[in-house]
Design a protein around this ligand. Structure first.
Ligand code: NDP
Length: 248
């Protein structure tokens, strides 16, 4: 039987690439989204047409325990449970220090950390019962290094996600492998549209391979970590950044 993968924030950007990659590998896919309902529907159709697996979409704010409960209850009704959880949903409310406010900080932690915690807490029992599961958190190199001080809230949230990864890996051992992927600069549409050419050039000069990453490259790593070939990889923070260096 096909394994079931739930990807939070799966309708666009890196999440979308992950949904496509897992569907292509034969997973039934649940696309969680919050605002991108049209994109989620289109992706669902593409996945069903091209890969002939089951694909569901579900609108849910991962920071809401109640909504996450309802989402997983829905998934458990359609499938038995979630085999592979990809905690990908995140926000970045970076701003200059004098423009920051505590509400933005709280919201960033709520989505990026408590969101991953909420969904993990709701899916782990099924994984433990069947003695197999994968939780793959999408962190960031910003959770390891400070590249831009204005990203304070985002950086802190991704550092906390690293800590959550270690904690859950220990608690769920030996049956659920919990890892965190830390991407560097990945050229999603949203990421590229925000910057001018000069800035992009400067950023790419700090990457040893001389370019930004493709969302598909992150998706390939997710596919590998989800597979049995990766069964000896657990409790790790894995950078995928083309050899990024330097900070401002
Ligand atoms: P995007 O901003 O393009 O997408 C963010 C996703 O998160 C969207 O699908 C959005 O859903 C979803 N989301 C936001 N808030 C919520 C919420 N409360 N509940 C459910 N879903 C939510 O990001 P990227 O694709 O660029 O990034 C994906 C992941 O990779 C993130 O964790 C990001 O931090 C990380 N990353 C990205 C890098 C990059 O260079 N792009 C670099 C390092 C890490 P919707 O659209 O439906 O609202």
């Amino acid at each position: 039987m096909n394994k079931v993968a739930l990807v939070t924030g799966g309708a666009r950007g890196i999440g979308r690439a992950i949904c496509l990659e897992l569907a292509q590998s034969g997973y039934n896919v649940v696309i969680n989204y919050l605002t991108s309902s049209q994109e989620a529907k289109e992706l669902q159709k593409q996945i069903e047409d091209e890969y002939h697996v089951r694909c569901l979409t579900y609108k849910c704010d991962v920071s809401s325990t109640k909504e996450v409960d309802e989402m997983i209850a829905f998934v458990e009704k359609e499938f038995k449970g979630v085999d592979v959880l990809v905690n990908n949903a995140a926000i970045d409310l970076s701003n200059m220090f004098h423009l920051k406010n505590v509400e933005d900080f709280k919201r960033t932690l709520e989505v990026n950390v408590i969101g991953a915690y909420n969904v993990s807490l709701r899916v782990y029992k099924y994984m433990l019962e069947q003695k197999w599961g994968r939780i793959i958190n999408i962190g960031s190199t910003n959770g390891i290094n400070t590249y831009y001080p204005m990203c304070l809230e985002y950086d802190a949230s991704k550092a906390a996600l690293n800590s959550l990864t270690h904690n859950l890996a220990i608690q769920f051992a030996p049956y659920i492998n919990v890892n965190c992927i830390a991407p560097g600069f990945i050229g999603t549409e949203k990421e590229l549209e925000g910057y001018d050419e000069e800035f992009l050039k400067q950023e790419e000069e700090k990457i040893l391979v001389g370019r930004n990453g493709d969302p598909k490259e992150v998706a390939h790593l997710v596919k590998f970590l989800a597979s049995d070939e990766a069964s000896f990889i657990n409790n790790s923070i894995i950078r995928i950044d083309g050899g990024q260096y330097g900070s401002n």
